[in-house]
Design a protein around this ligand. Structure first.
Ligand SMILES: [Zn+2]
Length: 258
């Protein structure tokens, strides 16, 4: 049976320089990335505030832009902190026989047995994932194998959904890859390369389809304009509900693999 090992440490903030700014009575910390974009951009994730700014913009100008947006930034940071706390309060998955994992909007039960070689079989009728583990296999190895299996399922399923919705929208994407970004569910480049977060496999098919439709619509509109949402709506009319539900489900997701 797998050995329980301590959780690996939380991911470290990236190597970008961290800057501090006094905003009212708060010290706001942020990472700054220089880019070729034309305006200053703000993004908030579990690591805090990230600012992207054109090379020619001075640090004083960046600080002013942050101050101008301080209410939005602080409320988003609070929201993010609350969500993170709520997620960490949930009991973590105990990696043992009978463990229940989120899969396609439902639950999948892990069935472990000792085997002479590693093998994995999924029974869709019982929703049981049978995994043969060699003697002395660690929890780290078990998690790695479950993640690999989920990623394989994601790769096949997402490709099918992309093809289906691309045909409906009348667009063609050039390539598709899985991503594992912490906070993004999908992306689409100007070269029409679509990336979908493999963790979407935890959610129901309608939610996966929403992200698929969303990214495909970016082939037509590289923004979130009214025209963009109209394109999404042509192939996925209930996108508003899906968008809200995805946010909710994402918050409810337990910490599984780090
Ligand atoms: Zn988008």
């Amino acid at each position: 049976m797998p050995v329980r090992v301590p959780e690996p440490p939380a991911p470290q903030p990236d190597a970008l320089p961290r800057r501090q700014l006094l905003v009212g009575q708060f010290i706001l910390e942020y990472t700054l990335r220089r880019s070729t974009r034309r305006s200053i951009g703000f993004m908030i994730d579990d690591e805090g505030l990230r600012v992207t700014a054109p090379k020619r913009v001075s640090l004083a100008e960046i600080d002013n832009a942050i101050r101008a947006k301080q209410h939005w930034i602080i409320s988003k940071l609070d929201e993010r902190r609350e969500r993170r706390a709520a997620r960490l309060e949930k009991p973590p998955v105990v990696w043992e026989d009978g463990a229940v994992l989120p899969y396609l909007g439902g639950e999948l039960k892990l069935r472990l047995y000792t085997a002479t070689r590693n093998r994995t079989d999924y029974n869709p009728d019982t929703r049981e994932l049978h995994m043969g583990l060699v003697q002395g296999a660690t929890e780290t190895l078990l998690k790695e194998r479950v993640r690999t299996w989920m990623q394989q399922q994601a790769k096949v399923l997402f490709a099918q959904r992309l093809d289906l919705y691309a045909a409906r929208l009348g667009v063609q994407y050039s390539a598709f890859a899985l991503s594992s970004a912490g906070t993004r569910w999908g992306s689409c480049t100007v070269q029409r390369v679509i990336r979908l977060n493999w963790r979407l496999i935890h959610f129901s098919l309608p939610l996966i389809d929403y992200v698929v439709a969303h990214e495909l619509a970016h082939i037509l509109e590289m923004n979130h304009s009214a025209q963009f949402w109209a394109a999404v709506g042509r192939i996925y009319p209930a996108y508003d509900e899906a968008k809200a539900l995805l946010r909710k489900r994402a918050q409810e997701l337990p910490v599984l693999f780090n």
